[in-house]
Design a protein around this ligand. Structure first.
Ligand code: ARG
Ligand code: ZN
Length: 523
């Protein structure tokens, strides 16, 4: 269905329920403005809004909060001295991975194979006691004399390769490390960055609704949130999804606390902190390609809950006591939804899945194999939304951050399909029409394929994104649509894909030329 036709249809059929929707959003918005801590008290009042996916809360809040939180002017977004302009064309040096939407992120000349992130943390003291991140990389540019990494803040920084100290400097948000000599393409190179101290806190130009990304110390917990540009605030990285790697975490925390991360727990070992206190080192490992923004850690008091999906995928959750009861609703759906998604999209891409709950302002993030959710966000819909991201975002990541509609549009759409499974095609069409109506009324009107940075997680990204997905499904028919999605994961799983790659797969399976469709929806 064409966008214009769809919108016209909504205007005809939903003129009255619009009013309800808008009232609903305003109630919600007003609720959060006057500081209602739980939007849930306001959310269920209007009928139509209550039926929208829960992520609506954060998405709806985005434009609202943008009014309160200072949004950085565009000119100061990316202080990247390394992206020169020659005529009209941006010229990227090795200090950018070449994503025109985020030229400040990522680097070229090498390919990270694995990160080992060793951190000593105490939630009672908002500093990294000590840290050492080791990057095992392979040189890809034989002329490279200086490695560029994304890394912001910290003190006592030292860089070495094996026993050899390496010269380095800090420039803008890069850590520039001198190579002892140029190395042939394909040469493995290991380097360790030691650091400590208080993390830098700075608002991301892409995320108006949290104060800062990176490590947060709050209420007896420590956790990391990084989408899209926050990994560099807690470990040195090639901080862009185009360079995926394996991860190992060695997390040392005071005795009695639990430290979690992506993948599987390999070892728990008693140790002693420099101050003589008893501590435990938790070693976690994830040997599947993972984008830097999907790396997560959390430290706190958690109950470990183990289960398996009906079809045998191992699940493990780390749940804090205050949300133990609420979390039963998540446990009730996770395994079943995981198997249901596997049936539609292809096998679950990783070794395990689960959630960790943290005492944070309302947030949920699809951190690979261990999705992080704040206490307020514990619920079945958010759980399914983050689970969908294991395919859309995690297994196949965005080639450019500009393409966020593919992450959030699909997550929102499949969250809705789960909720409406067993209902008729007409009921789904009606719900999508309702959603499109909400977009027409509340959306910021930016092109889906090119959101302004402050709107990267805006209303349109989620809801116009989901209506675009549905329109594509209706245009291709179910057979081609789902076959196309499965082919997309087969082909691009473990890596990234662009909008053009996605379009090409859908054209291949359907035999349709989709230029007009994507021009209509994305531009
Ligand atoms: N990708 C997240 C979701 O599931 C949104 C994350 C927004 N928050 C952030 N800190 N980047 O909808
Ligand atoms: Zn999402």
């Amino acid at each position: 269905m064409k966008k214009q036709a769809l919108l016209a249809k909504i205007h005809r059929s939903l003129i009255t329920s619009h009013r309800l929707l808008v009232t609903g959003y305003w109630l919600l918005v007003t609720g959060s403005l006057v500081g209602c801590s739980g939007t849930a008290t306001v959310f269920p009042t209007p009928i139509a809004v209550a039926e929208l996916p829960t992520t609506a809360v954060s998405a709806i809040n985005t434009p609202t909060l943008a009014a309160n939180v200072p949004v950085l002017p565009t000119a100061t977004l990316s202080p990247v001295a390394t992206v020169a302009t020659v005529g009209e064309t941006a010229v990227f040096t090795n200090r950018s991975i070449g994503d025109p939407y985020t030229p400040e992120l990522g680097n070229l000349g090498y390919d990270v194979q694995a990160y080992t992130i060793a951190l000593t943390l105490d939630p009672a003291d908002p500093r990294v006691q000590q840290a050492a991140t080791t990057l095992d990389l392979v040189i890809t540019d034989p002329t490279l004399t200086e490695l560029s990494l994304d890394f912001v803040g910290f003190t006592d920084v030292a860089v070495s390769s094996g026993a050899t100290p390496l010269s380095f400097r800090r420039e803008d948000d890069k850590l520039l490390v001198e190579l002892p000599q140029p190395l042939a393409a394909g040469t493995p190179f290991g380097l360790t960055v030691r650091y400590g101290g208080e993390p830098t806190r700075r608002q991301s130009p892409y995320v108006g609704f949290v104060e800062s990304l990176g490590l947060t110390f709050a209420n007896g917990m420590v956790y990391a949130l990084a989408e899209p540009d926050g990994a560099r605030f807690w470990f040195p990285a090639n901080d862009h999804p185009r360079d995926k790697a394996f991860y190992r975490f060695e997390l040392t925390v005071p005795e009695g606390l639990t430290a979690v991360a992506n993948g599987t727990l390999r070892e728990t070992k008693p140790t002693t902190l420099p101050n003589g206190r008893s501590a435990t080192t938790f070693t976690w490992q994830h040997d599947y390609p993972m984008a830097s923004y999907l790396a997560v850690i959390a430290v706190g008091e958690f109950e470990r809950i183990e289960a398996t999906s009906p079809q045998g995928v191992p699940l493990r959750h780390y749940v804090a006591a205050p949300v133990r009861e609420d979390f039963r609703r998540v446990e009730a759906v996770t395994g079943e939804a995981l198997d249901w998604l596997s049936g539609l999209l292809g096998p679950y891409p990783f070794e395990t899945f689960g959630f960790v709950t943290v005492d944070a302002p309302q947030v949920a993030l699809e951190t690979q194999t261990l999705s992080i959710v704040s206490f307020e966000s514990v619920g079945a819909r958010t759980a399914v939304h983050e689970l969908v991201h294991m395919w859309f975002g995690d297994d196949v990541s965005l080639h450019s951050w500009q393409e966020m509609w593919r992450n959030e549009g699909f997550a929102t759409y499949f969250e809705l399909l789960w909720q409406m499974r067993g209902e008729s095609a007409e009921a789904l069409d009606a719900r999508i029409a309702e959603m499109a109506g909400a977009v027409a009324q509340n959306g910021a009107g930016y092109p889906l394929g090119n959101p302004p940075p402050a709107q990267l997680f805006g209303f349109n990204t989620y809801f116009e994104g989901a209506t675009a997905v549905h329109a594509l499904r209706r245009q291709l028919g179910d057979e081609a649509f789902f076959a196309g999605l499965r082919l997309y994961f087969e082909r691009y799983g473990g890596g990234t894909a662009s909008d053009a790659d996605f379009q090409a797969v859908m054209e291949e399976v359907s035999g349709q030329l989709l230029d007009p469709f994507f021009a209509e929806w994305l531009q």
